[in-house]
Design a protein around this ligand. Structure first.
Ligand code: ATP
Length: 512
């Protein structure tokens, strides 16, 4: 088993052991691709959400946040295209009985060819001193051949999907000689389309007209409220509406822990701009979102942009921010220039005007939209998988530590009285009482101090305040920092300031 696979297994077992993530309804053997967040997971998830919300809403005076309902009028999903086109093309391998997304099989095949190009570039860059990458990509015969192959696969696949020609999609898989990773055979079924929306019934009468859907994305709740927010908030273009909330997709190929779930949380922002200015905003948000991810300090080389070659019919530019998960680079966030597709369709289906009147130019128009859309659960997985480390420490033993950014840690401060007597627990309680209005604080009295440090390291607590007898005598305590494990003695009245400086969310936000 590879190191990455081992690490991923550790992430999953650590998540369970330390109360971050449990399988949903585990006592009934769980529900596939549905998960619950435990006591530490819920805190970490909330902190990630808060960091996003504050960076998007609080730090931008032209972005406001809303909280729309999960259920929406069924026509919403006709207008958005989800009833007719929110489908995945599926294919089964007859030998392994495993089901795959046909588009993913083809994309993975293309990614392998892209990897070959990357390797050729790396090899040549090492060999030649004044290496000109652009020229190399244009002239090296092998690379040119790979690039042509990729283009031809992509355009063939794009056309097949646009024509709704599923036989051709299957033929591409056969022509590329793609095999099932489990059975190793090419014994494929036909490709079928499968709608990803969950349907349910509103009220007691069950007929076609009462069918409603669990929203598959949060964005539509923003579009249908565009005018409400614009009017009541007196918003001027360009402005944004942000929202976080649950979304539901009946994912067929649900694997990789919380990477692909059937119930998940999105954090989306739709930025409404004047038509013709959307590319400027698109570039701005691409860079702003990349900066936000990189502010978490996981290493710049773990992120990359992936520009979409095949654009959705409504988009005129789109890219993903990919992150290096333990199973490779995968989509973490999408940034899409969606034109006026959504508002125009909602106008048409609702019969209501969804326009912005510019008081200066006296023009009225349907704004264009640039969207940023990140999955909170994927962000959680990226965070946990990067933060979890096993390290050798000075005394030769090993410790497991979660190197979370301090401001995101589920518990910010652990207060640890050395013994359970002589006034130490009372002093510990006093410190907890001072900090608890601003921070999640834990007081732990059981076990040796070493064991308590290990437990706090494993959930990523950045600061441990240890109360010993000297604290009673001279009013000082030691503060231990998680990563360096250094301890310093500080007076009681300095604690709050130190904690504010080192673990508050504002310290992270100020770096943006
Ligand atoms: P994918 O190609 O991985 O299915 P997508 O392109 O369909 O994702 P979007 O519709 O752009 O995803 O959704 C925006 C974000 O929502 C994604 O970048 C991802 O972080 C998150 N997301 C989408 N589907 C899921 C899911 N099933 N489970 C967890 N997060 C998801």
């Amino acid at each position: 088993m590879s190191n990455a696979e081992d690490h991923f297994k550790n992430v999953i077992s650590h998540s369970k052991e330390y109360g971050f993530i449990f399988q949903s309804s585990e006592i009934y053997d769980g529900l596939s691709a549905v998960y619950d967040y435990g006591q530490n997971g819920a805190e970490l998830k909330k902190n990630l959400r808060d960091y996003w919300w504050k960076a998007m809403v609080q730090l931008h005076d032209n972005i406001v946040g809303i909280d729309a309902a999960i259920f929406m009028h069924p026509t919403t999903w006709k207008a958005s295209g989800h009833v007719d086109a929110f489908n995945d093309p599926l294919i089964d391998n007859k030998d392994s009985k495993k089901r795959y997304r046909a588009d993913v099989l083809i994309e993975e095949h293309v990614a392998k060819i892209e990897d070959k190009i990357r390797k050729e570039v790396e090899k040549a860059a090492k060999r030649f001193e004044n290496f000109d990458q652009k020229l190399f990509l244009q002239t090296n015969p092998r690379v040119v051949e790979y690039a042509e192959k990729i283009n031809s696969i992509n355009s063939r696949f794009k056309k097949a999907m646009e024509d709704g020609n599923l036989d051709e999609v299957k033929q591409i898989i056969l022509d590329l000689e793609i095999v099932c990773p489990i059975s190793g055979t090419r014994n494929w079924t036909d490709v079928r389309q499968f709608n990803l929306m969950f349907a349910t019934q509103l009220g007691s009468v069950s007929d076609e007209s009462s069918t409603i859907y669990l929203r598959p994305e949060t964005a539509q709740g923003i579009f249908v409220n565009f005018l409400n927010v614009q009017k009541t908030g007196r918003m001027k273009i360009p402005f944004g509406i942000a929202q976080t909330g649950k979304a539901f997709r009946n994912e067929i190929v649900a694997r990789q822990f919380i990477f692909r779930m059937r119930e998940f949380e999105q954090m989306e922002m739709q930025y409404f701009v004047k038509p013709g200015t959307e590319m400027e905003s698109y570039e701005y948000w691409k860079n702003a979102r990349m900066r936000w991810h990189q502010s978490l300090g996981f290493g710049e080389n773990r992120y990359r942009f992936h520009n979409h070659l095949k654009l959705a019919h409504y988009a005129n530019a789109a890219c993903d921010i990919e992150f290096e998960f333990p199973f490779g680079f995968k989509e973490l966030e999408g940034i899409h220039s969606r034109t006026d597709f959504d508002l125009k369709n909602h106008e048409e289906f609702s019969g209501k005007k969804l326009r912005f009147f510019d008081p200066e130019t006296k023009e009225s128009y349907i704004p264009y939209v640039v969207e940023t859309s990140v999955g909170l659960d994927r962000l959680f997985l990226a965070t946990l998988a990067t933060a979890l480390k096993t390290e050798k420490i000075e005394d030769g033993s090993e410790r497991t530590v979660l190197n979370l950014p301090h401001a995101l840690a589920p518990v910010k401060v652990a207060v640890l009285p050395l013994v359970n007597k002589d006034g130490l627990p009372e002093l510990a309680q006093k410190i907890v009482d001072e900090l608890k209005f601003d921070y999640q604080v834990q007081c732990e009295e059981k076990d040796t101090i070493g064991k308590r440090y290990r437990r706090q390291d494993a959930i990523g607590t950045p600061l441990c305040i240890t109360i010993d007898h000297q604290a009673i005598e001279d009013g000082t305590v030691t503060i231990r920092e998680r990563d360096s494990m250094t301890q310093e003695r500080v007076p009681l009245n300095a604690i709050k300031k130190i904690v504010d400086e080192r673990v508050s969310l504002s310290s992270l936000l100020k770096k943006l």
